[in-house]
Design a protein around this ligand. Structure first.
Ligand code: GLC
Ligand code: GLC
Length: 650
């Protein structure tokens, strides 16, 4: 949009711009800057407009974008143009992701490059390599406490190794997802070191306080993220003689985004990783970006403005790169991280679907889909050109962040129901063979979350120990059922490394005193390549899971209605054990797929009359996954225990 005030500022900025920028051919940069500058200016003004140095900061912002554009490699610039044309590329059903630790999966970046065939064998074409940057010794938070945002952890390799990896991935049509930990640095980062040494400039990069007055004020309304290992939200730093805000661990210092220098530094880092060849950037802990007294310091309006600004600026320099929002918050809040509008107030194109994940686990524990149906019914509709990252497990805990009203609507009492779930997955509940651990237990509030590997949570570990073949088969069925959901729901499915071969809990973290307090390490495995080898031996657990997943993935890629254009309809059916939804084509209504999942261990029937308008379509049905027609008796479709159908008309 053309608007005089912002355009005058833009002209001034361009008149003053450094000669190293002005002498370059930056045609595409300038057209994009012109397109987004009104919005960039409004956001920057809203956030930082009352500062005396506003104009100088705006100059710096534009120069940062320009200098990174100049550095952007030619092949990535071409990719930007191609994605500008094919702008729905990230909504495609062709995308299937996997998240992994480079060290746990392959040891280092070079070896990871050597394992690219493995992804292709399974059908995975988007790889999220979790943080590979240097962390303080023993205080890594799994890579999310960063000492230097532009270096690779020497244990894992070098920037050259990463360049080789991305080059080969691009050759093989594999997309790369990298993290940018935007909310905090480690206490060993240069900025934190300078702040500790008393440098005011860098103290202003963080939230530091001389007395407890302000921290105590904040604590009244801020929840604790890691109540067991890192209670409270502030840490006393002896050297600096000040309290510093540390929402996560005490060694993770929260960045102060009310300082525009912090915003510009972090934008520069985002663009740096875009230029290293990342296709997708996962912005970590985005709900926490803005702190305000009297609030929970999560999901604040300004956090959204910051993300909109990050997006607008990235579109000028590297428009082919999309963002994932990691905001594990309530459904109504989560949805806001896509932005307010798909064109003018966009934020992140992709967001973790933590609601769906937690609801799936509820269905596993209760063996029915009541809360799952209820929760999905109330999942707010997202923007166009925004998509979910659907997952069963990840490197973090399972939070039980359902809406209390939904729990009540299912006739459960919220606190008791959550306690049941924790008891169920930690194996305390009678008849439960789950082997999870509690995480983040908070004595004061009674809250708790859950850790554990997928296979151990669904009873595979117990079943293997007892040699109970029926239980082994059931666990495998649940693993496949859960994956059939994330592969068909709409969005990018993200498999967690090791789940495709039924990896069990890894107890070894208990021997490391620096990890023992954080039960999430139980599901951050050393990938067992010998075990993975058994995927080639028919009859083994690994073979059963891997081959079934591989088949599901290849079928998903062929089913165009599985692309995410908000083309899903939840179908409410009478049988509470079933979760049923339809996927359809906006242009070709005849192309539909009906997804039916049975969370009970017993066979269940679906009354075809429940299908309403969908019914007529399903005269002769065939399951796309196994290629056969399901059993129908009169008007009842029968779904075996713990199984699913992807049905279409023959
Ligand atoms: C994100 C990460 C998590 C980490 C936290 C703090 O939620 O996924 O592992 O502990 O951010 O950085
Ligand atoms: C995330 C989430 C929180 C999660 C934690 C790490 O950002 O907000 O629920 O437990 O960080 O696991």
């Amino acid at each position: 949009m053309y608007e005089q005030v912002s355009h005058t500022l833009l002209n001034d900025i361009l008149n003053r711009i450094k000669p190293e920028i002005s002498k370059q051919d930056l045609r595409h940069f300038y057209t994009r800057l012109g397109a987004n500058f009104y919005s960039i200016h409004s956001l920057f003004q809203k956030l930082y407009g009352d500062r005396e140095d506003f104009v100088a900061q705006a100059q710096k912002l534009v120069e940062t974008m320009a200098l990174q554009y100049i550095k952007r490699p030619e092949n990535l610039r071409r990719l930007d143009l191609a994605r500008e044309k094919d702008y729905n590329w990230f909504l495609s059903q062709q995308l299937v992701g996997m998240a992994l630790y480079c060290k746990g999966f392959a040891g280092n970046l070079n070896n990871l490059q050597g394992h690219l065939n493995y992804f292709q064998e399974l059908g995975v074409n988007l790889v999220h390599v979790m943080p590979i940057l240097p962390c303080p010794e023993g205080k890594s938070d799994g890579g999310y406490a960063i000492n230097d945002f532009r270096e690779i952890n020497p244990e894992l390799g070098t920037l050259e190794d990463l360049q080789q990896l991305t080059a080969e991935m691009r050759e093989r049509d594999l997309l790369l997802v990298l993290d940018v930990v935007v909310n905090h640095t480690s206490d060993m980062h240069y900025w934190a070191k300078r702040a500790r040494a008393g440098d005011k400039k860098y103290q202003d990069y963080y939230y530091t306080f001389e007395t407890r007055n302000i921290p105590d004020m904040f604590e009244q309304s801020m929840p604790e993220i890691f109540p067991e290992t890192s209670p409270g939200n502030f840490t006393w730093n002896e050297e600096m003689g000040r309290w510093v805000m540390t929402v996560f661990n005490d060694f993770q210092w929260d960045l102060n985004y009310s300082n525009p220098s912090v915003f510009i530094e972090m934008l520069n880092i985002i663009l740096f990783w875009a230029n290293q060849g990342a296709d997708v950037l996962r912005l970590d802990a985005v709900a926490f970006l803005w702190k305000k007294i009297g609030s929970t310091c999560q999901n604040e309006r300004e956090a959204h403005l910051l993300l909109q600004l990050f997006k607008d600026c990235c579109q000028v320099t590297a428009p082919g790169v999309v963002y994932i929002a990691e905001a594990i918050v309530a459904p109504v809040e989560m949805i806001k991280y896509f932005g307010e509008d798909a064109v003018i107030a966009k934020e992140c194109e992709i967001a973790y679907n933590a609601t769906f994940m937690a609801l799936l686990w509820d269905a596993v524990a209760t063996k029915n889909a009541r809360l799952l149906n209820q929760g999905i019914k109330n999942l707010p509709v997202k923007l166009e050109r925004a998509t979910w990252l659907n997952y069963v497990r990840c490197h973090d805990d399972i939070g039980l962040g359902f809406d209390d009203r939904d729990i009540l609507l299912c006739d459960y009492e919220p606190a008791r129901h959550r306690k049941f779930l924790v008891d169920y997955f930690t194996g305390k509940f009678e008849d439960s063979h789950a082997r999870g651990l509690p995480f983040g237990q908070n004595e004061k509030t009674g809250d708790a979350r859950i850790s554990g590997s997928l296979a151990s949570l669904v009873g595979l570990e117990h079943a293997l120990e007892t040699g109970d073949n029926k239980a082994i088969d059931d666990s495998i069925k649940i693993i496949l059922l859960l994956h059939s959901m994330i592969l068909s729901f709409g969005g990018i499915p993200l498999i967690y490394y090791g789940d495709e071969i039924g990896t069990l809990n890894n107890d070894s973290y208990r021997d490391d005193p620096l990890k023992a307090g954080d039960s999430r390490w139980i599901h951050r495995p050393w990938f067992d390549w010998e075990k993975a080898e058994r995927r080639n031996s028919p009859g083994t657990v690994e073979y059963k899971i891997f081959t079934a997943l591989k088949q599901m993935i290849s079928i998903r890629k062929e089913i165009t209605v599985f692309a995410d254009f908000n083309n899903r309809e939840l179908i409410e059916v009478e049988n509470p054990h079933l979760f049923v939804f339809g996927r359809y084509h906006l242009q070709q209504p005849s192309e539909q797929v009906l997804v039916v999942a049975n969370f009970s261990e017993d066979p269940q029937h679906l009354n075809l009359d429940d299908l309403g308008t969908w019914k007529a379509q399903y005269k002769t049905l065939v399951d796309l996954y196994c290629g056969e027609s399901p059993d129908i008796f009169k008007n009842s479709l029968v779904i075996p225990g713990y199984s699913f159908y992807w049905l279409c008309e023959k």
